[in-house]
Write a protein that binds this ligand. Sequence first.
Ligand SMILES: [Zn+2]
Length: 280
Amino acid sequence: MALELPEAQTISSQMDKEIRGKTIKRAWINEKESAKQLKSGMINLAPAEFEKTLSGRKISSVKSYGKIIYVELGEGLNFIIAFETNGKVLYHEDESSIPEKWNTRFDFADGSAITVRMTGWGGASVFTDTQIRNHKYISKAYGSPLSKDFTFNAFNQMLEKKAGKQIKPVLIQQGELISGIGNAYLQDILFKTKIHPKRKIRDISQPERKTLHVAIKKILSEALKLGGREIHTDIYNNPGRYRLLVGKHMEAEPCPECGTKIEKITAAGSASYVCPKCQK
Ligand SMILES: [Zn+2]
């Protein structure tokens, strides 16, 4: 389960609060646990280089853009955390709470530490600002649907440009106006607005688009307030409190609105759970 905006933003703001301004005493990789990640490039520096490049650096800030967490290390250097499936970022007041299994770790001069554990696909890698600008998947230009730039007019213009496409791939694509929505929150957004994920954008009316714009902001900000979904934890290892309305757990269960069985379909290459009666 990939991090989406509410989880990435929860983790990045907690990290910013705990580690901004701290100096990394030692940055290191748990080689024994990280053979797969090193081989596949999920961790893009070799252990010795990782340690040499990051140790001694000061954390200038921690931010998130879309689903990705950016630990900014000054002089245009960044440590990037992205979980395409499962992973955990944990903060440790001291060494006593450090788990046995972690992949990358920062120890700070005051005795505190951050560990990153990847149990699925993703990245915990070092990139310069220039590399980020030229990278296909990571960008600091991602727009947040919770920012004031995400107005209805801007949203509508974006939809107009993609009028021939289905709504699902357009909303989960990471872009300069809207990013951070993945398959999980999208299902709730489309369920709440009664829009089928395979609807063509040109067939979605103006009133429906307005409802969609409101629902995107409402569901994501509600989830952010609750610290994200229940399956993800924050840096203090507390699970989020947002419970998805629809998803795998609802397959063949009655729709909360009309009682029809929720169906699993494939849309834009991934599963979507929909109410065949409510979502047109
Ligand atoms: Zn229904």
